[in-house]
Design a protein around this ligand. Sequence first.
Ligand code: M6R
Length: 398
Amino acid sequence: MDGMANNAAPKNGDPPFFLKEIYEQPSALAYTLAQFLGHNFQLKMNRPPLDDQSLRQVKKAYITACGTSYHAAMTARYLIEELAQIPTVVEPASECGCHHMLVDESTLAVAVSQSGRSPDTLAALDLARSRGAFTLAVVNESDSPLTEAAMGTLLTLAGKVQSKASTKAFTSQSLVLALLGLRLAQSRNLLRKEWRQEIESFSRIPEMIREALGKRELEPKAIEVAQFLNGYSQAFILARGHLLPMALEGALKLKEVARLHAEGYLAGEFGHGPLAMAGPQAPIIMFSFSDERDATCLALAFELKARGAPLILITEDGPKKDQALASIADIFLPLPQVPSRLRPMVAVIPLQLIAYHLGHVRGLDVDHPGGTLQPDVGRQAEGGPGLRKGNNGSMIHP
Ligand code: M6R
């Protein structure tokens, strides 16, 4: 719990699991990483043996999950397509049965789940397997129906998850999926020169998140943003490219934990209709990093400000470095400098903290938000209370 601001803990006892698990992310990531890092910058993925020959046969990746795990799945697309050059489809598991799932023997189908018990994720994995795909589970609960059903498993070692609202499982899943992207790239002899640098950079991620959490201004700023948002009934989080999953995840957390109607949106799409909503009543949270910032985002930020929207910028540049944005931002939320590829995993941290503090300010029970249709951790899927068998044999909630 190092680094947690004193004012974060409720006065009547231990901090909520949600907050505790936010601060457990550096160690969750360190454990998760350690199991895959071998000597000499090798990536060990031995359970199952993901050998070069089988991996080279993969022509397509199909990744599926629910909720927060789906947002982690989304992060994988950017890395698998960029590093391994394999076309990647990411789909919410609940949609998999709603259309013809295009997978075959040359598809690597990956199901991502903390509990390994989400009925839709299990059903999607079954469907992919029945169509001949090689199925892989990225899962935190090693003893779960998903690990039983999948042909191979990559574990996240996030430890016991007690908060309904997922944080450390999410960043651990994102990390495992990134390593899978690296492993796929390696099997194709891509990244030969950059390999060592990439592995070194990913192996620093626990430290980077520790630094983000320890950064002096981050939590006080998150508290400031939470207090500010408390006066509103809606907010938008805008992002581009690989930061979109973080915007969606931040919005999910704000809804789930703080009951704020928040929407994550692509910055480049916002001007195609939703802009009509912009104004003093709808604060905007925007990611803004100098090496990823482009004319679209800048123009949008100025347009939003002109319409009176309160603007909160999550950025690595302080207001001193960026005078233009400083002139329009209501609040700057500082993040440590990290390589662009690792940025999503760091950028989600302030959103998790804002969700916690807004929930806290609103007097909500952040550990029991009641917004998730997921089986309790440890509950047996087969025959467990509150579950029944669906038409396709998977377990669904009544
Ligand atoms: O256990 P799973 O990862 O399969 O659960 C999927 C979702 O229900 C879950 O990620 C949910 O969205 C989060 N707990 C919300 O914070």
